[in-house]
Design a protein around this ligand. Structure first.
Ligand code: ZN
Length: 339
């Protein structure tokens, strides 16, 4: 087996399918936005901006929602997206399916238009960096169904323009199962959106939530869903139906000090179309996708072979045309042949 190097990982063409734009807000930009929007975040310099939160999903979410409060104008949303797209280009990410959480902003009095127009403008400019980006709008699961319905309505003109291709579901999972949003997701599907959903690891009723997402909501992809390995029948279904599953090992490490190594390697061995992703890099030790690939491989003893397959899975399970997939898979083969 050839030795895996950081250099090899860095050059490998890849897609990122699970990352929240709000979770990419780095301390420098957070500080700058706070300053220009006259928001006191209790920091005298970017070095004072504290993204630590102890452990657990609830604790992480608190820090996450606190950080994004500085995003208020179209320029702010442009800047956070642009900064991230530059990072993606450096990480040799060719295709990005990016989450955003509109309700986390509209609930603070920011217009939906402000959010989407800022993000979209950066996405258009990002094409010059060689990063092709699509947007996935996530509903916050602790918010009401009515709020999700209004958000879907607000998104309609942008979806029709092709600015948003999918809907997802994230945030506080306890007592907010996939079924709560069954009708919203059915409506989104009717409108032509792709569907995905977070099923965070080790939640109350994790396996039941995964089952609902796969069998009732009929998601096109599953985010996290690591507890599926507890139900071999459900795992076999995921594999058979070729439903993509996005794992974020470094993010797990930062919220619970384990990388879900067993789940990820089991899914991989069973032939699931699993990809590795960064989730909220600015809150996960500043680890972007290349760090995620490399560190996880180091942890479980994976070499080039496995990471090549992971990169292939990322394109195979992305929401691009078959021709585009073929072209990206060819880029991987060409890269491997040359290296
Ligand atoms: Zn996530």
């Amino acid at each position: 087996m050839e030795k895996l190097t950081r250099e090899f990982v860095a050059g490998l063409p890849k897609a990122e399918l699970h990352v929240h734009i709000e979770g990419t807000l780095e301390p420098e930009l957070e500080f700058a936005c706070a300053k220009r929007n006259h928001i006191d975040i209790g920091a005298k310099s970017p070095a004072d901006v504290d993204h630590s939160y102890g452990y657990g999903l609830t604790e992480f979410l608190k820090a996450y929602y606190n950080g994004m409060k500085v995003l208020r104008t179209k320029q702010d949303f442009y800047d956070v997206t642009w900064a991230f797209l530059q990072k993606m280009a450096q990480n040799n990410v060719k295709h990005l399916e990016l989450f955003f959480d509109p309700q986390a902003h509209t609930s603070r009095g920011i217009a939906f238009e402000t959010v989407i127009e800022g993000i979209h403008e950066a996405i258009v400019d990002g094409r010059a960096l060689g990063v092709d980006t699509q947007l996935i709008m996530c509903f916050l699961r602790e918010f009401s169904k009515e709020s999700a319905r209004q958000t879907l309505e607000a998104a309609r003109p942008y979806h029709e323009k092709g600015w948003i291709i999918g809907v997802g579901l994230d945030s506080a999972e306890h007592h907010n199962p996939p079924l709560k949003f069954m009708l919203i997701f059915a409506e989104a599907k009717k409108q032509g959106y792709y569907l995905t959903m977070h099923c965070d690891p080790k939640q109350v009723d994790s396996v039941e939530h995964i089952k609902q997402a796969l069998e009732i909501i009929e998601v096109d992809r599953l985010d996290h869903g690591m507890n599926i390995i507890e139900n071999p029948d459900l795992m076999a279904y995921l594999v058979e139906e070729k439903i993509g599953i996005t794992a974020c090992p470094i993010a797990y490490y930062y919220t619970r000090q384990d990388m879900e190594e067993k789940a990820i390697t089991t899914l991989f061995k069973e032939g699931a179309l699993i990809s590795l992703n960064s989730d909220d890099p600015s809150y996960k030790g500043g680890n972007y996708i290349n760090d995620v690939y490399y560190q996880f491989a180091q942890k479980v003893g994976w070499g080039r072979e496995e990471l090549i397959q992971i990169a292939k899975n990322s394109f195979t399970t992305s929401w691009i045309s078959d021709n585009a997939k073929k072209a990206y898979l060819q880029q991987i083969d060409d890269y491997v042949a040359k290296n």
